[in-house]
Design a protein around this ligand. Sequence first.
Ligand SMILES: Nc1ncnc2c1ncn2[C@@H]1O[C@H](COP(=O)(O)OP(=O)(O)OP(=O)(O)O)[C@@H](O)[C@H]1O
Length: 468
Amino acid sequence: MIQPINTYLRPIDTLEDAARVMLETRLDVLPVGDDQGRLVGVFSRSSLYRMILEKLPSHTSITAFVKTEAVTTQLERLDHITFEELEQVIQNSQVGSSIIIDRERRIIGILTKSKVVNALVESKNDLREQLEAILQSATPVEESVVRIHDKSVSKPYHQATYHWEHILTRDKSMKLLISSAQKAARRITSVLLRGESGTGKELFAHALHNASKRSSGPFVTINCASVPEHLLEAEFFGYENGAFTGADRSGRMGKLELAHGGTLFLDEIGDMALHLQAKLLRVIEGKEFYRVGGTKPIQVDVRIVSATNAPLEQMIVQKTFREELYYRLHVITLSIPPLRARPNDILLLANTFIKQLNPVLETAVTGIEESVQKVLYHYEWPGNIRQLRNAIERGMIMAEKGKISFADLPGELLGKATEIHGKTIVQAAEKTEIERALRETYGNKVKAARLLGISRSVLYEKLKKFQM
Ligand SMILES: Nc1ncnc2c1ncn2[C@@H]1O[C@H](COP(=O)(O)OP(=O)(O)OP(=O)(O)O)[C@@H](O)[C@H]1O
């Protein structure tokens, strides 16, 4: 009855990671563990929905949505626990499931309400005896635990998840690009990934690492835009004991050191400050560096994959990007075309997302109405695949079952829909959507506007326009 847990999330995992793991495990609640696999909380399907409805980008960390008040059952007590006690645990659990942990708080299993209820329904005779027998036979689960974050015990967080087969396309230029990337993967040469936001640069970086000879080594990411400039240096090079106020007493390894023997993925490289660019260049050329506040040179062997959507050539002219670094980074450049330049990928991706997300969202969406397909095909997709994925997720949540219709589309697509199909049909869809939002929020206009992803004043304008 206790399902051995073979997967857990970490607080720094993203919305996308959580959705993927839920899809794979079909669990409504997932334990969240630290580097040693010790329970720190749970992430539930309702939190996933909240993140999606709040339109948070898929790379948003789940940290703020982790429930830390998870009900836990100590495995050591399972030999003696009575069915009533177990039932009590399940009843008290707010998340419908109990996470089973061992004495060291390491996650080892999960017990869901539905399993207890099923057991109750199925075993009317000698219920207690049978359940207790099942419980006892469930004790030695620890050996069968296979963690997907296995490597993270020794190398926390530093793995690449995606492979070439995750990059879906039927576009010729993309296929050529993938084949160039596959050749590049085998060499140690630096690769620069270029392309608009959401085109799949990170996906390529993962696949490059996984197809390289260093695939068993670490894959370490630094997003140069999201780490504040004054912290980036320490994040990058690490620091020695007492290097600055607030620093860890024992010093800390930087990402560069952590990536030794593997790949360092420098996302948004165009946002790196000039003085750090100079330091990075020295590392690439000399293969050694110093920690912040350190005096001992440290040797590293890393392969650099970087990504940007910034106009580096223009930045060189403006002296905000170092020319020498540019030449070092872009030995091989892979430019990923925006989604609008490969319209044949749009429906392929949309239909794949539907298949992947149905079990996660608990929806029964069967496809997309033909008139809506036309809108998706002709829309410019400024946010590329990330935006398409979000639009499909939202469409699925709204549609729940059957095909995604106009009324399920996010507001930003309605302009294109009007252009293609005329005003009347789209306005009808818009009105249906507003009615639905008001119904779901019991007439609360502030909440309805939030649900619709529009401002309150826009909602009032629309209510007036539709005389609602
Ligand atoms: N060809 C593809 N097939 C399937 N999914 C894709 C593809 N390209 C991108 N995606 C998905 O789209 C989302 C955005 O991709 P990714 O994060 O790799 O883009 P990016 O170019 O690195 O974006 P940014 O520059 O904003 O960081 C991810 O969920 C990714 O899995």
